[in-house]
Design a protein around this ligand. Structure first.
Ligand code: FAD
Ligand code: DLZ
Ligand code: SF4
Length: 519
């Protein structure tokens, strides 16, 4: 796969999450252009990643390089174990300049601020021009929020999403939302008690033993577990398309209503598991949306797929995914330090072991450690919820989320974690903090019946930590939150509570916060 040291006019760097076969770069084969992909320690080590994430990413990069080479492109690939390997993108570029003497270096727009800054620094040091081109992946530009909502410094996903539906004519009819409503979220809040039957077998199982051996040989520190011979993530475009077809056939009909449901008996329920394929650009968001809309329109006579499922799914990709990216680029680098509540508690040890008596947290953390995956509501309303209620430092929370999930890249991880789940931005991207007491978790899951704590008890031995911590959170963050009109009801309830009851709740919460590692 690697080329000789013959010179090249242009060197194009392809980052590990830029595996977009349809990019215009690859339309023609030109012997004067060399493509460079590299496994580097700067990327494996900026946070401790899940072993499945590193193994899948390296495998997908290797397969992509092989694909380019098979098509006749000149490709240089550095494996992490290569003798003489260098370990930043800057060093890769400098070495390539020395060896190939190009007159131009090109990169696709990186998705992370950290890498963007690094490449800008490299560009200022090298003698060859470095040109940045679009990754041709997203459906919005980095500065979209400024253009869509001039002068605003906080935004709401719903208005963004409606504009996107109109711009791309998705689920629209004669200029109006299909079915007459933009958002059918209110239909999507069912719990799951065994029916409908869970989806059929996931179509992918890869043997990644060889790449795992390389990662271990290189001494990369990782977290989580892996069953090396059966890794259930797509690592090529063909596999990603198989997952998309599987999702449409097996999951989409039930995606909407059970989107927020949680159960110990199925880790992914009707969720697509497409985020890794999307974030590494093996799939384009527009093609996923198109396939889903087409399957709905072709089945609508038979009513096989509900509009609420299709709308709910499309909103995640056309709405949330694009929106969080725009929030990221509108707010970095300052966003990474926001901490409106001054939360500074350490993340409890059970985030790395799953060893907690709270059944809901145990299930969400164990799934994360074993599968590099938890679905959205587990991330938001279980692990994110408890971290916020305990007052954990958002930087520690960010690092955990950025490491543990297969799909975690900072542009999408940080607005979701620091913004949506920890509300550390004070409401720049979400209108209120996503926290709940036991009653929500009990309603949406089968966790509480398997728990050492009692969801009905608010204080005393065995009382559910979520409930007392919930009231304590609003009580101690009154200065930041009391003026929020969406929280009027919460504060009215807190203020009309019997004084003794409130004092007991706050005392209980204080006890739990002081003993977080023992929960
Ligand atoms: P599905 O439920 O099947 O949804 C389909 C697709 O919609 C996903 O693949 C994803 O591309 C997109 N999507 C859904 N929700 C969001 C969202 N809130 N933001 C962006 N895209 C969304 N997603 C990531 O891709 N990377 C992350 O690092 C990440 N970190 C998160 C951290 C927290 C605290 C929370 C609350 C959410 C996070 N999400 C992240 C969003 C979401 O949880 C995942 O995209 C989703 O769970 C991936 O699983 P899936 O492919 O089965 O998704
Ligand atoms: C996440 C990651 C990891 C673990 N390793 C590599 C790597 O060795 N080489 C590479 O090019 N990319 C890797 N990545 C993805 C990058 O971190 C990602 O491309 C940038 O952060 C831009 O989003
Ligand atoms: Fe979670 Fe509380 Fe229910 Fe236990 S009782 S599963 S801690 S919500």
């Amino acid at each position: 796969m690697s080329t000789t040291h013959a010179t090249a006019h242009v060197v194009r760097i392809v980052l590990g999450d830029q595996l977009n076969r349809s990019h215009s770069w690859f339309r023609t084969v030109d012997p004067n252009i060399v493509y460079v992909l590299a496994e580097v320690r700067s990327e494996t080590d900026y946070v401790v990643h899940h072993i499945q994430k590193v193994a899948c990413l390296f495998t997908a990069m290797r397969a992509f390089a092989q694909h380019l080479s098979d098509k006749g492109h000149r490709v240089l690939y550095q494996r992490i174990t290569d003798t003489g390997a260098v370990h930043t993108f800057g060093e890769i570029i400098e070495r390539t300049i020395e060896e190939l003497r190009p007159s131009l270096i090109q990169v696709m727009e990186p998705d992370e601020w950290r890498v963007d800054a690094h490449l800008r620094d490299v560009a200022s040091r090298i003698t060859v021009p470095l040109e940045v081109v679009s990754s041709e992946h997203f459906m919005t530009e980095r500065d979209e929020l400024h253009r869509m909502f001039p002068g605003k410094t906080s935004w709401r996903m719903e208005s963004f999403y409606r504009k996107m539906r109109q711009r791309y004519a998705i689920l629209m009819e004669a200029g109006e939302p299909y079915g007459g409503t933009w958002n059918l979220d209110s239909e999507n809040r069912r719990s799951w008690t065994g029916t409908p039957a869970p989806p059929g077998d996931f179509p992918i199982s890869n043997d990644l033993s060889a790449v795992v051996a390389d990662i271990r040989k290189a001494g990369v520190t990782t977290m989580g577990t892996i069953n090396e011979q059966h890794v259930a993530w797509p690592v090529t475009r063909e596999q990603a398309l198989d997952v998309l077809s599987w999702f449409i056939d097996e999951c989409l009909p039930h995606f909407g209503p059970y989107q927020d449901a949680m159960t110990t008996s199925h880790a992914t329920l009707f969720h697509s598991r497409l985020s890794f394929a999307l974030n590494t650009k093996m799939l384009h968001p527009h093609e996923v949306i198109r396939r889903v809309e087409e399957s709905f329109r072709s089945s609508e006579q038979q009513c096989l797929i509900r509009l609420s499922s299709v709308e709910g799914f499309i909103r995640q990709i056309l709405g949330w995914r694009e929106y969080v990216r725009c929030v990221y680029w509108a707010s970095m680098p300052g966003y990474a330090t926001l901490n409106v509540f001054n939360h500074n508690a350490p993340l409890p040890h059970w985030f790395w072991t799953g060893e907690t008596k709270m059944a809901c947290v145990r299930d969400a953390v164990t799934s994360s450690l074993n599968n590099a995956y938890a679905h959205h509501i587990q991330r938001l309303m279980i692990t994110g919820n408890i971290a916020l209620l305990l007052g954990c430092n958002p930087t520690e929370v960010d690092a955990w989320y950025l490491g543990v999930y297969i799909d975690a890249f900072e542009w999408v991880e940080m607005p979701n974690t620091r913004g949506m789940s920890q509300f550390a931005d004070g409401g720049q991207m979400a209108s209120k903090p996503y926290v709940s007491s036991a009653s929500y978790i009990n309603r949406m899951s089968d966790y509480c019946s398997q728990c050492s704590y009692n969801p009905k008890l608010r204080t005393g031995e065995g009382s559910c930590p979520f409930t007392s911590l919930y009231w304590d959170f609003f009580d101690r963050n009154r200065t930041v939150l009391a003026k929020n009109h969406r929280l009027g009801m919460v504060y009215r309830t807190l203020d009309t509570m019997n004084n003794d009851v409130r004092a007991q709740l706050l005392q209980q919460a204080q006890h739990y916060r002081s003993n977080a590692d023992q929960l």
